[in-house]
Design a protein around this ligand. Structure first.
Ligand code: HEC
Length: 144
């Protein structure tokens, strides 16, 4: 009966000692945390800032569509190079196409209006996959 008391007392003492050790451990962890947090925040800005990288790019996505869709007439050897001249090098064509694009209103852009048949023959139908890639490229900030 009486021998049962020392055990809870010992347990309490151990709990206090372990608690104290745990507290000091926490304190040192907390001291280390601020740098850990700021490191994570700095790393977190990377993926967020890189979000536009998910948007289509001119060289990889848009230029191949334009060459395939418009190249017969406006590409190398085409008859309509006075109106728009496209070549094999995306960098060389980027400025001319950006002049026809509108990041704030892709569907209202000269490029997509012409391509979808507004004042021009329809080459890329509104709402088609190619049309949507070009619209997403504009809305995504016209990545080169
Ligand atoms: C079958 C031939 C043909 C194809 C394919 C073609 N075009 Fe044209 N394009 C023309 C002709 C002809 C003109 C000049 C007369 C006119 O404006 O319609 C022209 C004119 C243009 C102009 C200048 C007129 C303006 O209003 O700025 C642009 C820009 C243009 N095309 C863009 C494109 C784009 C972008 C594509 C592909 C999505 C394309 N074209 C596909 C024949 C074509």
């Amino acid at each position: 009966m009486t021998s049962e008391h020392p055990i809870p007392a010992l347990a309490l003492l151990l709990a206090v000692l372990l608690g104290g050790a745990a507290l000091s451990g926490c304190a040192s962890l907390e001291r280390g945390e601020p740098s850990g947090h700021s490191g994570r925040d700095a790393g977190g800005a990377g993926p967020d800032a890189a979000a536009p990288a998910d948007a289509p790019s001119f060289g990889a996505d848009v230029h191949p569509i334009l060459l395939a869709s418009c190249g017969d007439c406006h590409g190398p050897g085409g008859d309509e190079r006075d109106a728009l001249a496209l070549g094999e090098d995306p960098d060389a064509d980027y400025d001319a196409i950006v002049r026809l694009s509108d990041a704030d209103d892709p569907e209202g852009s000269r490029l997509l209006r012409l391509a979808s048949g507004n004042g021009h023959r329809r080459v890329i139908a509104a709402g088609s996959p190619d049309y949507l890639v070009i619209a997403a490229w504009m809305a995504g900030g016209e990545q080169p």
